[in-house]
Design a protein around this ligand. Structure first.
Ligand code: HEC
Length: 288
C-alpha cells in the first residue's frame, strides 16, 4: 500500500515548483483534483489515423511501473525513474490494430517540436522505457542550463547512454507508426543517381539532424528550417556551415549539439545534400 501511495505521489508530482512544497498528495486528492501530470495524455497514431490517447494515470494503472536506474547523458549522472517498458506501452497504445510492433517504423513527437524517426527494431529491440516520474526528485529535476522540464513523458534507455545512437525525446506527446518516407517525403533529394553523395548526406541528416531541423517544412522544429524560403547554402558560405555543424558553440550558445565526430567526407556529403535541396524547394506556404 505504501509503495502505491509513493508511486501516486511521484506520478502526480506536477513539476516546476508546486510539487516541491507538497510532494505527497494523499490518494484522495490525487483522485479528485485535476493534476496536469497524471492527466497528461500520450497520442497513438497509425499512419495518419488517430488510434487512441492514454493518460499517464491509465498507463500506470494498466502497466506496472518499474524503477529504472542508469546513467542519463542529459543529467550527466545516474538517475532513477519510474518507467514502463516501451514494448508494453506500444502494445496497449496500438491494441486491436494489425501492426508488427517490433518490425515497423515509428516517429516520436515532442511538444517542443523535436521529431525522432526510429525503427521498431531499435525502440523495442534495444528496450526503451517511457519514464513517468523522476524518483530522485518528485516533479522532475530540470535538465541543463536551460532548465528543461522532461515530463510528463520522457523516453529513456537503461543500457544505452549515447544520445547520438539512442535519442531521448522529452515532453513526448505522441507515437506514430509511420515510415520515414511517408511522413517526410519532401526531404528526399529525389531524382539524383543512387551513388550521388547527397544521398549519403541525406542518410546522415536523417540520423542526426532531422529531429531538430525541417527541410521543406518537414522535420523537427527545434532548430531553423534549412531550405525554404532560402536554402542555407544560399545565405551562408560553405566553410561557415561546416564549422557551424562541427561546433555551433564557437558561434553562439544554443541548443544545437556539436557534431565534432563527423569526418570531412561526411561534411562534404551533408553539404552536398543541403545544396541539392536548393533545387528541390517545395513551399506549402508559397502563393501559387
Ligand atoms: C538538438 C537539436 C539540433 C540538432 C540535433 C541539430 N541542430 Fe542545427 N540547429 C539547432 C538550433 C536550435 C539552431 C539555431 C541555433 C541558434 O539560434 O544559434 C541550429 C542551427 C543550425 C545551422 C545554422 C543556421 C543559421 O542560419 O545560422 C545549421 C547550418 C545547422 N543547424 C545544421 C545542422 C545539421 C547539419 C545538423 C546535423 C548534423 C544539426 N544542425 C543538428 C538545433 C539542432
Amino acid at each position: 500500500m505504501r509503495a502505491r501511495v509513493i508511486a501516486l505521489a511521484l506520478l502526480a508530482g506536477c513539476g516546476r515548483g508546486e510539487a516541491q512544497t507538497d510532494p505527497a498528495p494523499s490518494a484522495t486528492t490525487t483522485a479528485t483534483a485535476p493534476l496536469p501530470e497524471v492527466d497528461a495524455e500520450l497520442d497513438f497514431t497509425l499512419r495518419g489515423r488517430a488510434v487512441r490517447s492514454l493518460s499517464k494515470r491509465e498507463l500506470a494503472q494498466r502497466i506496472p511501473p518499474e524503477r529504472v536506474q542508469g546513467y542519463d547523458p542529459y543529467y550527466e549522472a545516474d538517475k532513477t525513474f519510474l518507467a514502463l517498458p516501451i514494448a508494453a506501452v506500444l502494445k496497449l497504445g496500438f491494441a486491436g490494430e494489425d501492426v508488427d510492433l517490433a518490425g515497423t517504423h515509428y516517429v516520436l513527437r515532442a511538444s517542443d517540436g523535436y521529431t525522432v524517426p526510429m525503427t521498431g527494431e531499435q525502440l523495442v529491440g534495444d528496450g526503451a522505457y517511457l519514464a513517468l516520474a523522476d524518483v530522485d526528485m518528485p516533479g522532475w529535476a530540470p535538465i541543463g542550463s536551460q532548465k528543461a522540464h522532461p515530463g510528463p513523458f520522457y523516453l529513456i534507455w537503461k543500457d544505452h547512454p549515447s544520445l547520438e545512437s539512442h535519442p531521448r525525446p522529452w515532453q513526448l506527446v505522441g507515437i506514430e507508426v509511420a515510415k520515414f518516407e511517408d511522413v517526410f517525403p519532401r526531404t528526399a533529394p529525389s531524382g539524383l543517381a543512387n551513388d550521388h553523395p547527397a544521398w549519403r548526406g541525406y542518410a546522415t541528416f536523417r540520423k542526426r539532424c532531422i529531429k531538430c531541423h525541417a527541410i521543406n517544412q518537414q522535420g523537427g522544429l527545434v532548430g531553423p528550417e534549412l531550405n525554404i524560403p532560402q536554402n542555407i547554402t544560399e545565405y551562408r558560405p560553405e566553410e561557415q556551415i561546416r564549422a557551424y555543424i562541427r561546433n555551433p558553440l564557437t558561434f553562439r550558445y544554443s541548443k544545437m549539439p556539436a557534431a565534432a565526430d563527423l569526418s570531412e567526407a561526411q561534411l562534404d556529403e551533408l553539404v552536398a545534400y543541403l545544396s541539392a535541396m536548393k533545387d528541390r524547394k517545395q513551399d506549402p506556404k508559397a502563393k501559387p
